[in-house]
Design a protein around this ligand. Structure first.
Ligand code: ADP
Ligand code: MG
Length: 244
């Protein structure tokens, strides 16, 4: 049976009088890779932040694995621990080494002993191709390497959902590929992923589904082929004409 990992019903989010998300409905099943595209300011980041409780929602419901995250009975911190998030600007701790960045959360949150977390860090750095960087500080890494460490750090908690917010937008072009490659492998391994991206090639190749957002609405969604080759909505067509 296909398991629902994320269920968003009539989600609304306002900042003051600015209604940024308007009745968003999305269901993501286990192992699905959903790519979100759309113009700047359309609410993509806000949407991701609503999924792991980084934003208080103004209406509707967000369920993660059958937990209603707005229900006061739900331990939001516990739910959040199973959701990894990767941001545009890495957000690594500059005063900690690569290994220390990775072991911090699992140890602090008592998911693993120090030894287990260190072993996990060693394994994950191998996965992202950065074994030799285990003891360096982030400022000696390139942008692409920092982002790969950030992905390893998110994976250290053994999340079962990964959220990516424009993970390659801050990178020099020659480093985009190495990060997308890591994400692609993760997708192949069956990770449930929601990826906000401007990389249309990635969305087309790796996405199971593509969602086009504009003005706080989901304007259109479908398979990569349906969106990239047969978009029905003029707003989707306009956007794709500009970016493709
Ligand atoms: P996107 O990621 O698609 O570029 P965002 O979700 O970042 O869009 O922003 C959508 C809208 O929400 C923008 O108008 C932005 O100014 C507004 N917004 C986002 N975060 C905040 C905030 N913390 N306070 C007030 N307005 C915000
Ligand atoms: Mg954004």
């Amino acid at each position: 049976m296909v398991k629902t990992k994320v269920k968003v019903s009539d989600l609304k989010k306002s900042f003051g009088t600015n209604e940024v998300l308007k009745e968003i409905n999305v269901t993501v099943t286990e192992g699905e890779v959903v790519c979100i595209i759309g113009p700047s300011g359309s609410g993509k980041s806000t949407f991701l932040r609503c999924l792991n409780g980084l934003e208080e929602i103004s209406g509707g419901k967000v369920e993660i694995d059958d937990f209603d995250i707005t229900d006061s009975e739900t331990d939001i911190n516990k739910v959040r621990q199973d959701i990894g998030m990767v941001f545009q600007h890495f957000n690594l701790f500059p005063h900690l080494t690569v290994a220390e960045n990775i072991v911090l959360a699992p140890v602090e949150l008592k998911r693993m002993t120090k030894e287990e977390a260190h072993q996990k860090a060693v394994e994950l750095l191998e996965v992202v191709g950065l074994s030799e960087k285990i003891d360096v500080y982030p400022n000696s890494l390139s942008g692409g390497q920092k982002q790969r460490v950030a992905i390893a750090r998110a994976l250290a908690m053994n999340p079962d959902i990964m959220l990516f917010d424009e993970p390659t937008s801050a990178l020099d072009p020659e480093m985009v590929g190495e990060v997308l490659e890591v994400m692609k492998r993760l997708a192949k391994q069956g990770m449930t992923m929601i990826v906000v991206t401007h990389e249309m090639g990635f969305a087309r190749e790796v996405g199971d589904r593509v969602i086009f957002m504009d003005g706080g609405y989901i304007v259109e969604e479908g398979t990569p082929e349906a969106i990239f080759q047969h978009a029905k909505q003029p707003r989707t067509q306009d956007f794709l004409n500009k970016v493709l």
